[in-house]
Design a protein around this ligand. Structure first.
Ligand code: 2M8
Length: 481
């Protein structure tokens, strides 16, 4: 593509982020989403780091300032002055934040933000400011949120970030579509007909949110929805590995003596790596679907796997070499955390060693199956863009929110995964997704067949991840500074 065009796209993306910046954080979209959203801020920081690294750091620090005392990082931090513009708002939660959470992309984002400007990060003591808070966030997910197989459960479709994915249909069916709250839908003013969840979905969403709020947002009270999501779990595993990188870097980044880091409240680097490997091993054991060739969700209430093919189930490809490789890594080397930064333990399999060294690991086992599914007829083999729900799933709808449209954050996640695996051909394919962003006005999502924009426009994570896809040449999921 022509260099001037590339620069125009990057400038246009940066302008969207500038417009949506409030001075402390970036709203996802000024009309539809007028507050700070948790995983949006992580994706936004990943893009903003290239041009405004200090702002990227501030984005994450502002979010972490809203962390609850139990460690949770809230789904939404409200601008109470705009409480009428989005529902449910602070009035519903009786709190300045939502009580729910979203996928834990934050530690990974913080690491990428640090890597983009290590000197600025060190000057601000950024890693030291965020590390322990991020570790407490993960402890909340590993503790009160742990379900039957030890993986964190999401207690509401809003927590998954992929709100109306068919993965949640069966569990939602059990929730009575009756809420006590009078439901307002300001969202419908900002998206086309048939693009947002329907009123029956919303009555169930509110019913669950009311139940959680009324239980004081306590996690030991069953509210009728507890799902393990492969996308959420993958983000936790990648972020746990990011915490390990941070723990090792902290002495150099102004974070204190090495002994503080190794024994800090968040645990030492080796503990984070062992935790990541445990999470991946559990995902591998409980969420893999050999017929569909991807990971699926698990219903923690019934113990049943939800056998639906969605992009959520491809995201574990980020764990380079496949989850089995990561499990082998811990089993082979329980003292993995004692190796110096930038090296892999001697007992680590080739994939882990290659990933640390920033080289493409060999593609074996489940990674190979996931690549076959990614390129198969349900996903990239069936059309130009990566749909959120498989084209072969009965619920596939190219216009309806998470039930078919292609989203920029999931294409970005898979782009990172295939780059790390050295699959340049697929990186080019997924990169094409970002070519339509600027011409379509940085839409929230696109039609997976035509690339036509859908949902709201001037959407922050679309702009941010377009910037990152254009400006970052990192090939490792977790690069070095
Ligand atoms: C969408 O979710 C919100 C609720 O959190 C909504 O539909 O009102 C999702 O796409 C979610 O992933 C995203 O974080 C949020 C803000 O962009 O919008």
């Amino acid at each position: 593509m022509h260099k001037d065009f590339e620069e125009d796209v990057a400038d246009a993306a940066a302008r969207v982020l500038e417009t949506n910046w409030t001075g402390r954080y970036t709203v996802p979209a000024t009309g539809l989403y007028p507050h700070q959203w948790s995983w949006d801020s992580a994706f936004i920081a990943i893009g903003t780091r290239h041009r405004e690294p200090a702002r990227a750091r501030a984005e994450l620090v502002t979010l972490l300032d809203a962390q609850w005392s139990d460690g949770r990082v809230p789904q939404i931090v409200y601008d109470v002055g705009r409480d009428d513009d989005y529902a449910p708002g602070a009035g519903f939660w009786r709190s300045a934040t939502s009580g729910l959470v979203q996928p834990p992309v934050h530690a990974w984002a913080a690491w990428l933000v640090h890597c983009a400007d290590p000197a600025g990060s060190a000057r601000e003591g950024f890693l030291a400011r965020v590390y322990h808070r991020l570790a407490r966030w993960h402890e909340y997910l590993h503790g009160p949120r742990a379900g039957a197989v030890g993986l964190p459960v999401t207690k509401h479709p809003w927590e998954t970030g992929t709100d109306n994915s068919p993965l949640w249909d069966a569990a939602l069916e059990r929730v009575p579509p009756e809420a006590r709250t009078a439901i307002r839908r300001p969202d419908l003013q900002h998206a086309g007909t048939g693009e947002r969840p329907g009123s029956r979905d919303y009555r169930r969403y509110y019913r669950l949110a009311e139940a959680y709020r009324d239980a004081g947002c306590a996690d030991d009270v069953p509210i009728g929805f507890a799902m393990v999501c492969p996308l959420f779990v993958s983000m936790l595993a990648v972020s746990e590995l990011a915490l390990a990188r941070m723990a090792r870097s902290l002495p150099d980044a102004g974070g204190g003596a090495p002994s503080d880091v190794e024994r800090g409240a968040g645990g030492d680097a080796g503990t984070h790596e062992a935790t990541a490997a445990r999470v991946v091993a559990s995902m591998d054991a409980h969420l893999w679907d050999d017929d569909l060739g991807l990971y699926v969700a698990l219903d923690d209430t019934t113990g049943e796997r939800v056998r639906r093919a969605t992009v959520n189930g491809l995201v574990p490809l980020l764990l380079a070499g496949g989850p089995t490789e990561a499990r082998a890594r811990t089993e082979a080397s329980p003292s993995a955390g004692t190796t110096p930064a930038g090296t892999a333990p001697a007992g680590a399999p080739a994939a882990a060693r290659a990933a640390v060294a920033g080289q493409a690991p060999p593609v074996t086992g489940r990674a190979e199956r996931l690549l076959a599914t990614l390129t198969g007829p349900g996903f990239l083999g069936g059309g130009p863009f990566l749909p959120s729900t498989s084209r072969e799933d009965p619920a596939f709808d190219p216009a309806l929110y998470w039930r078919g449209p292609a989203w920029f954050n999931t294409s970005w996640l898979l782009l990172r995964a295939v780059r790390a695996l050295g699959r340049d051909d697929l990186a080019v394919r997924l990169g094409e997704h970002f070519a339509v962003a600027a011409p379509e006005g940085f839409p929230e999502y696109i039609d997976p067949d035509t690339g036509a924009g859908r949902g709201t426009r001037q959407f922050s994570w679309t702009a941010a991840l377009t910037l990152d896809a254009r400006l970052s040449d990192e090939s490792a999921v977790l690069p070095e500074p």
